[in-house]
Design a protein around this ligand. Sequence first.
Ligand code: ADP
Length: 205
Amino acid sequence: MSAYCIWFTGLSGAGKTTLSRLLSEELATRGLPVERLDGDIMRACLCKDLGFSREDRETNLRRLGLVAHLLTRNGVTCLVAAISPLAAIRELNRKLNGKFIEVYCNSSLDALIKRDVKGLYRKALAGEIPAFTGVSEPYEAPATPEIEVHTDAQSVEQSLAQILDYLENNGVAPKPDQHPRLAKPSEEEFFARLVELGFASNPKR
Ligand code: ADP
């Protein structure tokens, strides 16, 4: 089974972290070598030096795409969860990775403002966060994503099932009964170790 880069894109709060985490855990238990690159976490370590200018966002996404490629070419399925507002950079990463699946976490801005899980929309609408995607910066929605989940209308379980369905039907993920279920150390432990050794600070945004 060849390794894919599965790229979650969508506005802040649209469900990229939630779904990529659950998917990563599920794929790992099905015996697939899998790593997850979360935009918020990567901004606290690998991309610590970058801000939110157009140029820095582009560099951030190029770095994530490159790391994903280093993993996938060695057989590790890589899940990237990052707003990734720029269509051209997503396309560049598609070209670099070749085996690429775009998962568009689509939610209306109204629903996100209502949900506001991280309290960021309140701050952004009050002008306290400059260049906030969807509020004061554009988000270029994917035109033809392989998977589009409507996270303002579906439950987490429904969205996850839709993604798994696509992956199983397209030979990206084994069906659950084809592999013994395996356990993997938690991401929290791994990230805490990075912080302890000074490779990362705690993610802010
Ligand atoms: P993002 O990583 O895109 O910023 P998060 O995953 O951190 O978003 O937050 C999404 C929030 O929306 C979570 O609180 C999650 O429980 C909730 N949610 C509700 N429905 C869905 C769904 N169908 N898919 C993903 N998240 C959902």
